[in-house]
Design a protein around this ligand. Structure first.
Ligand SMILES: Nc1ncnc2c1ncn2[C@@H]1O[C@H](COP(=O)(O)OP(=O)(O)OP(=O)(O)O)[C@@H](O)[C@H]1O
Ligand SMILES: [Mg+2]
Length: 455
């Protein structure tokens, strides 16, 4: 292979995660830089947003691409990057139970998920809220001094300076009151109050009376105002030593799937609020990226574009076209990985696989090209083959080749390619006459994933 010699060595633990995740059709949580291909322009654009956020601004983007185009991969890439740069990241996948707004607490459920998933460089797997608060409390304390009273006064002044701007925001008083209580409880070693405040900040109080009994407050974070608290968090975080907050919301298609038109509109209205806030300078140190399929955004009947105020703001102008994309526009279109990019990717995967199992790579460049030809040569591949299936098939091929060291690669390729193409159609539980459009030989997926094709 052409770049075998200088292929980076991937730690075994990371290689295992990469291979397992990809074989299972999901984006690995770690090790992305070892396999990333393409997306330079997109990554550059999102990194520009990060510096804007660090400077006190706000940004809002949609990542739009077909199933398997790489939206979640890019979100994960930028997530890792942001944490490394000292941002706090919160991510959530929407679902029928998690929306932006909903009569039964579906908006609040998204907020809770975001807060649960708060991640930082030192806590990349989520659950960083306590760590962040403790860091903040520590930063508000001055070192021991000969004049304790004077030091305390200085601390108070410092604290006021930090919290005053937050108080100007909607719900700022409630939020800062809770921060103060957390701080006092921390300094007094009162763990019980600390955990009650945490419960409040996580949006876990269901009723006002519960909050009144436990915390003597009558405000709780609710379905209609959770986003105000996201803004408060974003601004608060800089005081705790972070550059800002990046919120990642994936699977926007779940809003598209809401059956009730009014409920859908309420959800899109929420997006409009967030979008306007970022443009009008009402949010600070906050970035929002939402991932969705083209249909979930552009469909005029049920997608984001069914909400006229959003459609008129978001539609592409008349100048952008293929090969001349506008990376400053709020919508970033992800083209599926090209043939060439996939070739680079499977080369990398072969190196990782060989490194992990400790053998020397056997597939020649011609084999790799053959493999892609077989994949793309299948019925319907031009419209329905996604990188996910290609990658999964390839790792399967590597696994089989590894377990059968004497097998002839070319024959194996045709066997694997041939039988999968044949049985992929029949075996897949989701493929019936009306849904043969789904990707061939795909891993078990939730049938609702295919709403794009069946609705
Ligand atoms: N730039 C890339 N470099 C390497 N691998 C990638 C890249 N983009 C995507 N992949 C891989 O392709 C597969 C599909 O990507 P991903 O899951 O991000 O797609 P998606 O657009 O989120 O799909 P869905 O709409 O089904 O959620 C994954 O296995 C992912 O790891
Ligand atoms: Mg995805």
């Amino acid at each position: 292979m052409n770049n075998t010699a200088n292929a980076p060595r991937v730690p075994k633990r990371v290689a295992a995660v990469i291979l397992n995740s990809l074989k299972g059709g999901v984006v690995p949580r770690i090790g992305l830089p070892y396999i990333t291909v393409g997306r330079e322009a997109e990554i550059r654009a999102l990194l520009t947003d990060l510096s804007l956020i660090a400077d006190g601004g706000a940004s809002f983007r949609f990542l739009v691409g077909r199933y398997g185009a790489g939206k979640s991969f890019l979100l994960q890439t930028i997530r890792t990057h942001a944490m490394g740069e000292n941002f706090v990241v919160a991510d959530a996948d929407l679902s029928p139970e998690r929306r932006l707004q909903g009569g039964q607490g579906q908006g609040l459920a998204t907020y809770r998920e975001l807060i649960r998933n708060l991640s930082t460089k030192t806590r990349p797997e989520g659950g960083a809220l306590t760590l962040i608060l403790d860091r903040w409390v520590a930063s508000t304390q001055s070192p021991a001094s000969a004049d304790p009273a004077g030091a305390r006064a200085a601390e108070e002044e410092q604290l006021e300076m930090h919290l005053a701007p937050l108080e100007e925001l909607v719900h700022g008083f409630d939020f800062t009151r809770m921060l103060r209580r957390y701080r006092t409880a921390s300094l007094e070693g009162d763990d019980e109050t600390k955990s009650l405040v945490i419960k409040w900040l996580r949006g876990e109080y269901r009723t006002k009376s519960e909050a009144r009994a436990e915390l003597s407050t009558t405000t709780i974070i609710g379905d209609d105002d959770w986003y105000d608290y996201v803004k408060l968090f974003a601004q608060f975080l800089t005081g705790a030593g972070y550059k800002g907050l990046l919120v990642l919301i994936d699977e926007l298609v779940n809003l598209f799937k809401i059956p009730n038109a009014i409920t859908r509109q309420y959800n899109y209205e929420k997006i409009l609020t967030m979008y306007n806030d970022t443009l009008q300078g009402k949010a600070h140190h906050l970035g929002v990226i939402m991932g969705g399929t083209p249909q979930s955004i552009e469909d005029r009947r049920r997608g984001v574009f069914s909400y006229e105020a959003l459609r008129s703001r978001l539609t592409q102008g008349h100048f952008a076209r293929e090969g001349m994309r506008d990376m400053l526009a709020p919508i970033i279109h992800l083209h599926p990985l090209t043939y060439e990019e996939l070739l680079v990717l499977i080369e990398k995967l072969q190196q990782i696989h060989a490194g992990y199992y400790g053998y020397s790579a056997r597939l020649t460049e011609a084999n790799l090209v053959d493999f892609l030809k077989i994949e793309f040569g299948r019925v319907g591949a031009d419209t329905h083959l996604t990188p996910r299936e290609v990658i999964r098939d390839f790792i399967e091929l590597l696994d089989i080749a590894y377990q059968n060291p004497d097998a002839d690669i070319a024959a194996l390729l045709h066997d694997v390619g041939g039988t999968q193409a044949a049985c992929g159609n029949g075996d897949s539980a989701t493929s019936g006459p009306s849904t043969t459009t789904v990707a061939l030989g795909s891993a078990p997926r939730n049938p609702t994933d295919f709403a794009e094709f069946t609705l």
